[in-house]
Write a protein that binds this ligand. Sequence first.
Ligand SMILES: *[C@@H]1O[C@H](CO)[C@@H](O)[C@H](O)[C@H]1NC(C)=O
Ligand SMILES: *[C@@H]1O[C@H](CO)[C@@H](O)[C@H](O)[C@H]1NC(C)=O
Ligand SMILES: *[C@@H]1O[C@H](CO)[C@@H](O)[C@H](O)[C@H]1NC(C)=O
Ligand SMILES: *[C@@H]1O[C@H](CO)[C@@H](O)[C@H](O)[C@H]1NC(C)=O
Ligand SMILES: *[C@@H]1O[C@H](CO)[C@@H](O)[C@H](O)[C@H]1NC(C)=O
Ligand SMILES: *[C@@H]1O[C@H](CO)[C@@H](O)[C@H](O)[C@H]1NC(C)=O
Ligand SMILES: *[C@@H]1O[C@H](CO)[C@@H](O)[C@H](O)[C@H]1NC(C)=O
Length: 294
Amino acid sequence: MFHTFVLFCLCCWSLIGVFGDSVSVMEEDSVTLYNDDTEIRADEDLLWKYGAENSLIAKMKKKNQTFHTFNGTDGRFRDRLKLDDQTGSLTITNITTEHAGVYQLEIIGVKKSSKTFSVSVYARLPVPVISSNSSNCSSSSSSSNCSLVCSAVNVGHVTLSWYKGNSLLSSISVSDLSISLSLPLEVEYQDKNTYSCVLNNPISNQTQHLDITHLCHTCADSVSLIVLISAGSLLIVAALGIFWIYRKLRKTDREVETREEEITYAETTFYKRNSQKSKVEEEDHVDYTPVTIR
Ligand SMILES: *[C@@H]1O[C@H](CO)[C@@H](O)[C@H](O)[C@H]1NC(C)=O
Ligand SMILES: *[C@@H]1O[C@H](CO)[C@@H](O)[C@H](O)[C@H]1NC(C)=O
Ligand SMILES: *[C@@H]1O[C@H](CO)[C@@H](O)[C@H](O)[C@H]1NC(C)=O
Ligand SMILES: *[C@@H]1O[C@H](CO)[C@@H](O)[C@H](O)[C@H]1NC(C)=O
Ligand SMILES: *[C@@H]1O[C@H](CO)[C@@H](O)[C@H](O)[C@H]1NC(C)=O
Ligand SMILES: *[C@@H]1O[C@H](CO)[C@@H](O)[C@H](O)[C@H]1NC(C)=O
Ligand SMILES: *[C@@H]1O[C@H](CO)[C@@H](O)[C@H](O)[C@H]1NC(C)=O
């Protein structure tokens, strides 16, 4: 009894081994599950079933030339199935993660045979994002290192890794659906190696390359920027000052000139009065006294 059971199990195992197919597909893509037995005999019926509950999703009766696809018990296959009326192969279009699972093809003729397909659906991956984790100057000024973090949001069944050239530095994996991942990296500001952060699942990957000079601003950088700005404002202030002094000097020169002219012009009669004139009155003289002289 036990032996027959083992034998039965082995048969099942070999059947699954022989007929089972694993198919991996990216979300939104189409996948075709092929019927290898393309010589469909006139008296054969083909049935496509899905999931643990074996719900009928497609049916083909060769003799009656009838082909049907169904929406599935919960309608998840609505407008997504195409049945090839020659080969009996089934195509699922615009696939989503809710169409993952086991599909079974049953061929019922003189004898019954079946084939199972295990379909895995992987989400499209976002490009991971690299950002600097040195939020302020004081945290990074103590070393010559730049703290970075690579992250990806809303991902599942993925691995996030840091590569230096082609060699793997570190990685983190997640099997859950829809979580956020992040992986830190320390690099020296002067590092000339190429670093990249890779997000991958079993069928695809997305890469982001690290640009150290762009992401890692040293404290020295910000300090020199401050110095530059201060120097700049100082220069402007100095220039304004020089301009002001220059104007002042020119004015004094002209005043002195005027005064000398006045002295020569009015030496005899107005000397005493002129010397006591206010600045404003003296400036008035500037406009016409030289004319009177020359
Ligand atoms: C073929 O279709 C007819 C009616 O359309 C039905 O009476 C008959 O049973 C069908 N034959 C098979 C084998 O399904
Ligand atoms: C499947 O859905 C379509 C609408 O997209 C509907 O017209 C049709 O009757 C449904 N078929 C079944 C078998 O429920
Ligand atoms: C694919 O399916 C999604 C919903 O699952 C829908 O929003 C989208 O419009 C579909 N795309 C195409 C090309 O049918
Ligand atoms: C940023 O760095 C600090 C210490 O340097 C660490 O505690 C923190 O977890 C890092 N943040 C991320 C998102 O890795
Ligand atoms: C720098 O950041 C750390 C945490 O990242 C914080 O504890 C510290 O107060 C910050 N220093 C300044 C000067 O902002
Ligand atoms: C700086 O980073 C290097 C790796 O790039 C690491 O070996 C070293 O310990 C780090 N130094 C500090 C002070 O964090
Ligand atoms: C990313 O995918 C490409 C093919 O699309 C492959 O050549 C490459 O080796 C993959 N890189 C990693 C790090 O998995």
